[in-house]
Design a protein around this ligand. Structure first.
Ligand SMILES: Cc1cc2nc3c(=O)[nH]c(=O)nc-3n(C[C@H](O)[C@H](O)[C@H](O)COP(=O)(O)O)c2cc1C
Length: 232
């Protein structure tokens, strides 16, 4: 099983440590790759809309983003590690997610996403992990990822050395539980009704008009407008 940790921001703080712990428990320390934002990708979407209206290759950042995209595509498990900043996900993570608007179910989802697992980890000093995690979970759902585990924890600290031993024990327990679930549920989680319904509605939309010609052609080529499903 290949695990990719997507870290934002680029420093190795509390959230990174929890993500790394989780990854090592999932794979026993093997096959773990890491991306740091903005170190490995730090562009902001410029709002041209060419990715979803025409082609992702027309994004001005396409080539810079490509190595990150390739890592995402080849991983079985994506771990998003992001502290809570002003009650939301950090801007570095949001800037990356914005670049994949074209991959949302309403446009051109990549079928490899449907078989992946995501783990979203956010830490906060006191509060706010819920909306921070939702910022990332929305993209996971709209990318088509089925198995999404969420772990938000208020650590009452701004650095790992100040996190209490009690909290560290709770973190160790929770990361073991998540790793166990990721390993054992990999092939068992059924596709959710929400994804199925959403996908079927999108099939109807793309059959008629679609949101762009590029989306319509894509759905037709995949056979998704004729009943083929990306998870079959
Ligand atoms: C810019 C900034 C904004 C923050 N906003 C919040 C917040 O809204 N709520 C909160 O409880 N903690 C907030 N914090 C604290 C961090 O979320 C918290 O210390 C976190 O554990 C840091 O994780 P890290 O060590 O992985 O960077 C903020 C920290 C920074 C630097």
């Amino acid at each position: 099983m290949k695990v990719l940790i997507i870290n934002a921001p680029s420093h190795r703080g509390t959230t990174y440590r929890i993500a790394r712990m989780t990854a090592e428990k999932i794979t026993s320390g093997k096959n773990i790759d890491e991306i740091f934002l903005p170190r490995d990708f730090g562009e902001f979407c410029c709002g041209c809309g060419k990715c979803f209206m025409e082609s992702e290759k027309k994004c001005p950042h396409y080539l810079k983003l490509k190595p990150v995209t390739e890592k995402i595509d080849s991983a079985d498990v994506l771990i998003f590690a992001c502290p809570t900043y002003v009650f939301h996900t950090a801007g570095q993570m949001k800037a990356l997610l914005d670049h994949y608007a074209y991959r949302w179910l309403v446009h051109r989802p990549d079928e490899r996403m449907f078989g992946k697992t995501a783990v979203i980890i956010s830490t906060a000093a006191g509060t706010g992990t819920k909306p921070a995690i939702k910022d990332i979970a929305d993209s996971c759902f709209f990318w088509g990822i089925q198995r999404v585990y969420k772990y938000g924890i208020n650590v009452h600290a701004v650095s790992w050395k100040d996190v209490s031993d009690r909290k560290k024990r709770a973190i160790s327990k929770k990361t073991s539980e998540i790793a166990q679930m990721v390993r054992s549920e990999k092939d068992r989680t059924p596709f959710s009704a929400k994804t199925r319904i959403f996908f079927n509605v999108m099939g109807m939309v793309q059959r008629k008009k679609g949101f762009s010609e590029a989306d319509k052609i894509y759905w037709n080529e995949k056979g998704w407008t004729r009943g083929v499903k990306p998870w079959d």
